[in-house]
Each structure stands twice: as structure tokens, then as C-alpha cells.
Design a binder for this molecule. Structure first.
Ligand code: AMP
Ligand code: ZN
Length: 110
């Protein structure tokens, strides 16, 4: 846990969030500025800044994130969805605790 990290604070319950799913290693909650009717953030509970910081043993989180995204989609009736990960400022990342955007409920451009 990083002390000043907003997502670590959400994971610890120090900042409120609208949680939609949780496993022992992941949490998913509503994005505060949704860009789609369904916009969730899937976040590892372990503080990792972005994919560039993942060690070999962290890579298993990738498949667990995919499994949780599949479950969220299933719970919404197998809704089509987009996953987005930004890694670093120039890639558009603004919260430096690795997270995956789950976006669904509208048509996206290619
Ligand atoms: P990124 O630009 O990929 O780092 O995305 C960070 C996302 O976190 C943005 O879409 C923000 O709207 C979202 N966000 C920031 N603070 C909060 C918060 N307290 N609760 C929920 N989502 C947040
Ligand atoms: Zn964190």
C-alpha cells in the first residue's frame, strides 16, 4: 500500500467508492467520471504503479483481471465491453496505481 495513493485508500475503505465486484486480489468500482454507461475500474489490491512495474509473479493478475471482466460482462447479460490500460503520463495515465478501465453500454469507434 502506498500512503498517498487514492486507489490504495479506496481499497482500505478510507475513501468511499461504489464497489461492484471484489475478489481476494482485485476490486472493481465505478469510475467517478464515467465515459460510458458502464465504466468500472478493475484494480489489483497490490500497489503496482503500472504494467512496467509488474514482476513475473504479478503477471497472473492479468488473467485474473480478464476473468473478472468476463464475470462483470456476464452479470450484465454478456454485454460487449472494452478494456483500456494506460501506462505512464504520456499514455494518459493519471492515477499511478495500475487499473483497467471496463467500458460498456455504448458503441465505440474502431
Ligand atoms: P487513468 O487516466 O487511466 O489513470 O484513469 C484514472 C481514472 O480514475 C479516471 O477515469 C478517473 O475518473 C478515475 N478516478 C479518479 N479518482 C477516482 C475516485 N475517487 N473514484 C473513482 N474513480 C476515480
Ligand atoms: Zn495504490
Amino acid at each position: 500500500m502506498a500512503e498517498e495513493c487514492i486507489f490504495c485508500k479506496i481499497i482500505k475503505g478510507e475513501i468511499p467508492s461504489q464497489k461492484i465486484a471484489e475478489t481476494d486480489e482485485l476490486i472493481a468500482f465505478n469510475d467517478i467520471h464515467p465515459k460510458a454507461p458502464h465504466h468500472y475500474l478493475i484494480v489489483p489490491k497490490k500497489h503496482l504503479a503500472d504494467l512496467r512495474n509488474f514482476e513475473k509473479e504479478d503477471m497472473i493478475l492479468g488473467s485474473k483481471i480478464c476473468a473478472l471482466a468476463q464475470k462483470i460482462s456476464k452479470d450484465l447479460g454478456d454485454i460487449p465491453f472494452r478494456l483500456v490500460i494506460s501506462n505512464g503520463y504520456d499514455a494518459g495515465q493519471r492515477v499511478y496505481h495500475m487499473h483497467v478501465h471496463f467500458l460498456a453500454g455504448r458503441t465505440f469507434e474502431e
